[in-house]
Write a protein that binds this ligand. Sequence first.
Ligand code: ZN
Length: 127
Amino acid sequence: MKKLDGMLIASFLTTIFYSATYPFIHKEIMASVTDTIVASNQIVDCVSIVVLGSLWNKKSGKLFKYYPVFCINQQPVSITFECPYCNYDVTLDWDDLDVPEYWGDDWGEVECPHCKKTVLLGDYDMN
Ligand SMILES: [Zn+2]
């Protein structure tokens, strides 16, 4: 069984609504136009359903364009922290770091470029 999609459900609900209201619509139409007009309208309806349904089934891939949701992939650039010795905001390039394979592991130590002291990195947060 094919997966149900929104268009199929909308079409089904429209059909249910039209079927439920048809007796009233038919009564109003018959009261205001001739039998010939009603018959002609039914023929046009039937032909249109066959032609347009067939066209839609064959060409819907070209007629209906899909606009996929996409994700923006991010790549780490650098880390920033405040040095506990000199209180400078330090930024180190990602390529200069010894990044652990799993980021939850120990990040080890880095050298503060301002005071040259060794700083043990703690937990990280994402910007
Ligand atoms: Zn420092």
